[in-house]
Design a protein around this ligand. Structure first.
Ligand code: HEC
Ligand code: HEC
Ligand code: HEC
Ligand code: HEC
Ligand code: HEC
Ligand code: HEC
Ligand code: HEC
Ligand code: HEC
Length: 334
């Protein structure tokens, strides 16, 4: 509704697809309950009679709920009342919100794929020896109020962090979510990225991605010597952070995806779902790059298998990063 009013008042907005996207998605905010908001609030139970109560089984029979929520009905029944707070919130009680009870490698092995030794654990788990899987609190840090409808939507399923102006504005892209923490001057109080030098990618990435990187907002023209992309990507496409970086698990350093179905979201499903492995070694990222890049001209070993069955990138040296890294403006860039 708000979208319609906006459009009629400001026809100019019609010219700006990015803004239209914002309007279309702005109905769902973590602070504003909506049709798809599963989190209970102080009005629960007719005027709030049920707010603050932890024993859901006192009033709700597990066999009759969720008649219209078919995708989750069975698993909730199977896992029981310990799951309720995960999706509906703690209901004003002390109940812990559990995620891994369902999102584990046995019950939901592909949603998300969590295999691998490294996860986006906010740097905390390095201190806890032996800890190798994400914890419920970490899922919540990124997905506070997911609707779990099987469709991933950045403005419904990702926690809404404050932007540079301190406002919980809708995300314009998936990268926007990452950059609300990974920046030099407006980090989140609960997740500070400390003791980093000015050019450390962990904090420089916002400026790099916005102003320098070809995979970011700085468009390349695709006329470079090695031009050629596999279907799903075109020159001009913005490449999401999670096309290359895995949040939920990977064996590679710097959270680079270790198989194609953990990232490269737009890639032709025939290639993406194969899946191809990505092994990063000695700063050689060719098995990542070759997922999307497929050089048209056969120069500089672009016809040599990178080791995962695909070819189409030059293997100039063992290491790629002196020429291809975030914020690299002088050499070939990233
Ligand atoms: C004292 C009884 C009682 C308890 C305990 C209770 N509920 Fe409810 N719940 C209700 C009633 C009554 C409604 C309203 C039904 C309606 O409006 O159709 C409701 C509605 C809901 C709804 C629908 C959304 C809404 O806000 O109307 C959800 C989801 C829900 N309860 C989940 C839970 C969960 C999860 C727990 C345990 C943390 C829980 N309830 C504990 C009585 C209770
Ligand atoms: C995986 C997420 C998930 C879990 C876990 C979950 N629910 Fe739900 N719940 C939903 C969804 C989705 C709906 C449908 C919301 C809608 O239609 O708008 C829903 C709706 C409800 C409703 C409203 C009426 C109805 O039956 O649809 C109640 C009551 C409810 N849930 C109670 C519970 C209780 C009690 C538990 C714990 C046993 C629980 N839920 C666990 C996702 C979940
Ligand atoms: C650092 C933030 C972050 C953390 C921590 C995180 N996620 Fe995600 N998650 C994302 C992002 C971003 C996406 C969308 C891109 C993608 O699919 O990788 C996503 C996608 C998903 C999806 C849907 C896409 C898919 O792969 O099926 C599910 C399900 C999911 N996450 C569940 C979880 C669970 C459960 C946890 C805790 C074990 C968790 N996430 C931890 C950021 C995070
Ligand atoms: C009862 C089991 C259950 C629990 C508990 C549960 N989920 Fe889910 N979740 C699901 C299922 C099933 C789906 C996929 C629905 C589908 O594919 O149709 C899902 C989907 C998702 C998605 C993908 C986006 C979407 O809208 O489908 C995210 C993100 C997610 N869950 C995060 C979480 C987080 C975070 C928690 C803990 C706070 C959690 N889930 C707790 C069962 C559960
Ligand atoms: C809520 C804040 C927050 C969000 C959102 C967030 N991060 Fe992070 N990220 C951190 C923190 C904190 C660290 C740990 C920094 C440290 O090691 O000191 C980190 C670390 C990382 C690392 C380095 C991990 C390693 O093991 O080398 C990468 C890569 C990364 N994040 C990428 C991302 C991407 C991509 C996204 C979006 C999909 C994202 N982050 C979203 C806070 C966040
Ligand atoms: C000595 C510097 C240098 C090194 C080292 C290097 N490259 Fe390049 N790379 C370039 C240059 C220059 C281009 C051409 C850029 C252009 O034409 O715009 C390029 C282009 C590319 C492109 C394609 C861009 C397009 O136009 O589609 C890919 C993919 C690529 N390199 C991958 C790699 C990989 C993988 C490695 C490491 C195994 C690597 N490069 C090492 C300099 C380098
Ligand atoms: C998820 C797909 C994907 C992956 C993985 C990927 N790229 Fe790209 N790359 C693209 C797209 C799409 C563009 C065009 C971006 C634009 O025009 O804004 C691009 C552009 C480039 C360019 C600029 C080319 C020019 O003509 O100026 C270089 C250089 C490049 N990539 C190198 C790399 C390297 C090196 C890697 C591996 C570390 C890599 N890419 C991995 C999709 C990808
Ligand atoms: C085309 C693939 C690609 C995309 C897209 C991409 N990255 Fe990277 N990222 C890499 C590669 C390759 C490296 C290692 C080389 C380097 O450090 O620049 C890296 C390194 C990093 C590091 C340094 C990690 C560490 O431990 O030192 C961070 C942080 C990071 N990326 C965050 C992001 C964020 C946030 C985004 C989106 C805004 C993003 N990346 C988009 C490929 C990508």
């Amino acid at each position: 509704m708000a979208g319609l009013i906006y459009k009629s008042l400001f026809p100019l907005l019609l010219l700006l697809p990015a803004l239209l996207l914002l309007v279309a998605c702005s109905g769902n905010n973590n602070n504003t309950p909506s049709d798809t908001d599963l989190l209970l609030d102080v009005s629960h139970g007719g005027g709030g009679a049920a707010w603050g109560l932890a024993n859901c089984d006192a009033c709700h029979a597990i066999g009759v709920i969720h008649q219209s929520a078919t995708s989750i009905r069975h698993i909730v029944k199977q896992k029981g009342f310990n799951t309720c707070a995960g999706c509906h919130g703690s209901n004003g009680s002390e109940t812990k919100r559990e995620c891994m009870i369902c999102h584990n490698n046995n019950d939901l092995p592909t949603a998300p794929i969590q295999t691998g030794l490294h996860q986006h654990d906010f740097g905390v788990m390095a201190a806890v020896m032996g800890e190798q899987i994400l914890q419920d609190e970490q899922c919540l840090a990124c997905h506070y109020g997911s609707d779990m409808d099987g469709v991933f939507e950045i403005n419904r399923d990702l926690t809404r962090y404050r932007d540079a102006n301190g406002i919980n504005s809708p995300y314009a892209s998936g990268a926007d979510f990452c950059l609300r923490c990974h920046n030099r001057d407006h980090q989140q109080a609960d997740f500070p990225i400390v003791d980093k030098t000015f050019n450390d990618t962990l904090i420089a990435i916002k400026d790099d991605y916005t102003l320098v990187d070809k995979h970011g907002e700085e468009n390349s023209d695709g006329t470079g010597t090695y031009a050629g992309l596999r279907s799903g990507y075109v020159y001009g496409s913005r490449v999401e952070c999670t096309d290359c970086h895995a949040m939920h698990g990977t064996n590679n350093i710097k959270l680079i995806i270790d198989q194609s179905d953990k990232g490269v979201s737009k890639l032709d499903p025939v290639i993406r779902e194969h899946p191809y492995t990505v092994h990063v070694y000695q700063d050689n990222y060719s098995q990542l790059c070759v997922l999307c890049h497929n050089a048209e001209a056969l120069l500089d070993q672009t016809d040599v298998d990178t080791g995962n069955g695909l070819f189409g990138v030059h293997l100039t040296a063992t290491s790629c990063i002196e020429c291809h890294s975030h914020g690299e403006a002088v050499q070939a860039g990233l």
